[in-house]
Design a binder for this molecule. Structure first.
Ligand code: HEM
Length: 423
């Protein structure tokens, strides 16, 4: 199966190095949408796949889980990565993100109720307090300083929220941050776990994560409280308690899916505001725009760049024949710049009407934490924007070496904030 168009063999779409040099390849996405929206890729060293870049096709695939399964895997991997993961404790962790109907809903139901808009009202205190703490810490006593917005603000805020919800003690927050950085930074030389042997490093990482969550699970089984940690620890599927690996897997997917994504939306958001100060001014002058702003920031940054699906039958996508067993990679970052859906898609505008973006996916696997992600961002910007008197870059932003959860790992800035005492 080959495609004569020379736009890309897919390496620029999927290799970590490509993303380290400036983030998502928007110009290639634009050409693919126009010239080859269902594009066969054979990137050297990786499994072959169809690159899906149009909003309508991604919508169609995501809402047809019977034809396009998540079970066989959601990432495009190299042979080495496949064998490292198969040998690790992660291999036996089944999580909702790689389940298909009917199992998927049976398991998703366990946590679904914690993330409904109404249930979110109950975590608003946690979310707002985390935002206040983060910005107060930044302001210090003088209100002035320099920081890496990526680690000091964007990572710290969701870390506090998710740790609180999952029962991770404060003193273990740095540990869980390090562990998930290592998990997501498997391809980033700065973030990945130290150690010569990658397989051993991944095994150690899995064991450390397992041990941390196992302690919380035992505690919440013995003394359940009114929190997400207890809901997961005591979760039942079809009337039976979840198995230990499934429970640990649930913790891991909630934390890992929730942390870096929100972090990347926040740090990418700050970068967007630095590049478009008039949009930050708009938000300062019109706090009522916050929900639209959060939608636009999420569209603009699209922290989850892609998800993979596998065709379960011979089928057709966007007029292109697809064979059973073929992999399809849904590039949300491309869908969110689709000219057929968004006016001036390359324009960052916080008062854009944005209900159609696909940054949280759509259909069967629509982001479980979308409401939490929105509230977390809303709280941070609502706290920061009115207090921010000035902010400027002090160095080059640096991109994470990852094609999957995409964003900036460093954003060095100098700032001046109103301190709380001067409010
Ligand atoms: C800006 C932040 C976020 C973005 C951009 C994002 C994006 C996504 C996307 C695109 C999917 C769909 C996967 C698919 O269709 O295969 C997804 C699923 C998921 N997300 Fe998020 N997410 C964010 C925040 C969160 C948060 C805060 C949590 C948890 C507290 C979370 C938990 C999950 C889970 C558990 C799934 C799997 C759902 C399922 O398979 O049914 N996410 N997310």
């Amino acid at each position: 199966m080959s495609n004569p168009t020379p736009i890309t063999n897919g390496l620029e779409l999927i290799s970590p190095e490509a993303y380290a040099n400036g983030g998502p390849p928007h110009e290639i996405f634009r050409r693919l949408r126009a010239e080859s929206p269902v594009h066969w890729c054979e990137p050297p060293g990786y499994e072959p796949f169809w690159a899906i870049t149009k909003h309508a096709d991604i919508f169609d695939i995501s809402t047809s889980p019977d034809r396009f399964a998540s079970g066989p895997g959601i990432n495009v991997l190299t042979a080495e990565q496949i064998s490292s993961l198969e040998a690790s404790a992660f291999a036996s962790m089944r999580t909702i993100i790689t389940m298909d109907p009917p199992d998927h809903w049976s398991y998703r139901k366990v946590a679904n109720r914690v993330f409904t808009p109404r249930a979110m009202n109950e975590v608003d205190d946690v979310v707002n307090e985390a935002a206040r703490d983060t910005i107060d810490r930044l302001a210090g006593t003088t209100g002035e300083g320099e920081c890496d917005f990526a680690s000091d603000v964007a990572a710290a805020h969701p870390l506090r929220i998710l740790s609180t919800m999952l029962g991770v003690p404060r003193e273990q927050e740095p540990d869980i941050l390090r562990l998930t950085n290592e998990l997501f930074g498997l391809d980033d030389p700065e973030l990945q776990r130290e150690g010569e042997d990658r397989q051993v490093a991944i095994m150690e990482l899995a064991m450390e994560l397992y041990t941390m969550f196992d302690m919380i699970i035992q505690d919440r089984r013995e003394c359940p409280r009114d929190d997400l940690a207890s809901v997961l620890a005591n979760g039942q599927v079809d009337g039976c308690p979840m198995e230990m690996m499934e429970t640990v897997g649930y913790y891991l997917i909630v934390f890992s899916a929730g942390h870096d994504t929100t972090k990347n939306a926040l740090v990418g958001g700050m970068n967007a505001f630095l590049e478009h100060p008039e949009e930050l001014a708009k938000l300062k002058n019109n706090p009522g725009l916050i929900d639209q702003a959060v939608d636009e920031l999420t569209r603009w940054t699209s922290p989850v760049n892609y998800m993979k699906r596998t065709a379960t039958e011979d089928t057709v996508v966007g007029g292109q024949k697809i064979a059973a067993g073929d992999s399809l990679v849904l590039f949300y970052a491309s869908a969110n710049r689709d000219e057929d859906v968004f006016d001036n898609p390359y324009e960052f505008s916080i008062d854009r009407k944005n209900e159609k973006h696909l940054a949280f996916g759509v259909g069967e696997h629509f982001c479980l934490g979308a409401n939490l992600a929105k509230r977390s961002q809303r709280a941070l910007w609502s706290e920061l924007a009115p207090r921010l008197e000035s902010i400027e870059l002090t160095g080059e932003p640096e991109w994470i070496h990852s094609p999957f959860v995409v964003g900036l790992k460093h954003l060095p800035v100098r700032y001046r904030l109103r301190t709380r005492s001067t409010d």
